[in-house]
Design a protein around this ligand. Structure first.
Ligand code: PRP
Ligand code: URA
Length: 155
C-alpha cells in the first residue's frame, strides 16, 4: 500500500469480507468496538424490541449490506435471553442469503443458547458469560438488566 510517505509492505486479512449486523439497540455498542479492529467492515441494522407481555420480538427496521450473501456475518447483541430476538434476526439474515453466520453475545442465559441450538443448529455462538437462568419477566439472572435502557439512559 501507499502511505502518504512511501510504499509499504503490509499484511491483509484473508478470506471473505465482513459484515457486522447489530440488533438494535444494544448491539450498536459491539459494532463500535469491532470497527476499531476491522474498519472496512460493512454494517447492517435489524431493529427489534421484545413485546413486554409475550416476550416475542417485534421487528421495526432492517437494512443490510446488499452483498450480505458474499460476506462473513457477525450478528451482534450483548444479551441472549429467551433467544427470540437472535433467532428472528438469524432467520431474516438467512432469507437474505447469508450463510456461516456467527452470533456474538456478551451475556447469555442457558434458555437462549438452547433456543438457538434448536432453531439454528448451523450457527456458531460466541459468548463471554453464561449466567444462571431467566426470571419470570424474561430477564437474565444475575445479568445486568435491560442493556439498551442502561446504555442509552432511557429508564
Ligand atoms: C434486548 C437485548 C436483546 C433482547 C434479548 O433488547 O438487547 O435484543 O432484549 O432478549 P431475547 O433473547 O429474550 O429476545 P430489547 O428488546 O430490550 O430492545 P432494546 O435494545 O431496544 O432495549
Ligand atoms: N434483554 C436485556 O437487555 N436484558 C435481559 O436480561 C433480557 C433481555
Amino acid at each position: 500500500m501507499e502511505t502518504p510517505v512511501a510504499p509499504a509492505k503490509v499484511q491483509v486479512l484473508s478470506g471473505k469480507k465482513l459484515a457486522l449486523v447489530a440488533i438494535l439497540r444494544a448491539g450498536l455498542v459491539m459494532v463500535e468496538g469491532i470497527l476499531k479492529l476491522v474498519p472496512h467492515a460493512r454494517v447492517g441494522h435489524i431493529g427489534l424490541y421484545r413485546d413486554p407481555e409475550s416476550l416475542n420480538p417485534v421487528q421495526y427496521y432492517a437494512k443490510l449490506p446488499p452483498d450480505i450473501a458474499e460476506r462473513r456475518v457477525f450478528l451482534l447483541d450483548p444479551m441472549l435471553a429467551t433467544g427470540g430476538s437472535a433467532s428472528h434476526a438469524l432467520a431474516l439474515l438467512k432469507e437474505r442469503g447469508a450463510t456461516g453466520i456467527k452470533l456474538m453475545c456478551i451475556i447469555a442465559a442457558p434458555e437462549g443458547l438452547e433456543r438457538i441450538a434448536q432453531d439454528h443448529p448451523d450457527t456458531e455462538v460466541v459468548v463471554a458469560a453464561i449466567d444462571r437462568h431467566l426470571n419470570d419477566h424474561g430477564y437474565i439472572v444475575p445479568g445486568l438488566g435491560d442493556a439498551g435502557d442502561r446504555i442509552y439512559g432511557t429508564k
